[in-house]
Design a binder for this molecule. Structure first.
Ligand SMILES: [Fe+2]
Length: 135
């Protein structure tokens, strides 16, 4: 089931909300790939490169926002990001060692989708109460 944007994911920061939506689009691409029996390795590589780069840049941006606005969950946000990046690194090592495996792709997608919806709804949305003073 593709993950769809809902209002309860909104942080009310247009940049962060757009970045989350972009990550959702790639999570859905990963799901579509994981459902296929024969995948194009170039497509897998490009989705994975996105995941690593885009998510890391997004985390950095969001962490800076929380610090700047004195959001009380800033530290918790950062440590959950660190844990997720560590998971992502382990998952990429497995991919590089073993090559593409469909169960691996399904597991990565499931973890990504679960982590995103849980983390955004619990942590990121707390930015709503600490809007950008310059916005
Ligand atoms: Fe976050």
């Amino acid at each position: 089931m593709a993950i769809e944007w809902r209002n309860n994911f909104a942080t009310n920061d247009p940049h962060i909300d757009e970045q989350h939506q972009q990550i959702f689009r790639f999570a859905n691409k990963l799901e579509a790939l994981a459902d296929q029996e024969n995948v194009d390795p170039r497509e897998v590589d490009s989705v994975l490169r996105f995941l690593e780069n885009y998510i890391k840049n997004h985390f950095r941006y969001e962490e800076a926002c929380m610090l700047k606005r004195h959001c009380p969950v800033a530290q918790r946000n950062r440590s959950e990001h660190l844990a997720f990046k560590a998971f992502l690194t382990r998952s990429m090592v497995a991919y590089h060692n073993d090559g593409y495996q469909q169960p691996w792709a399904k597991e990565l997608h499931q973890k990504l989708e679960n982590w995103l919806s849980n983390h955004i709804c619990r942590i990121d949305v707390q930015l709503r109460d600490y809007p950008d003073p310059k916005a």
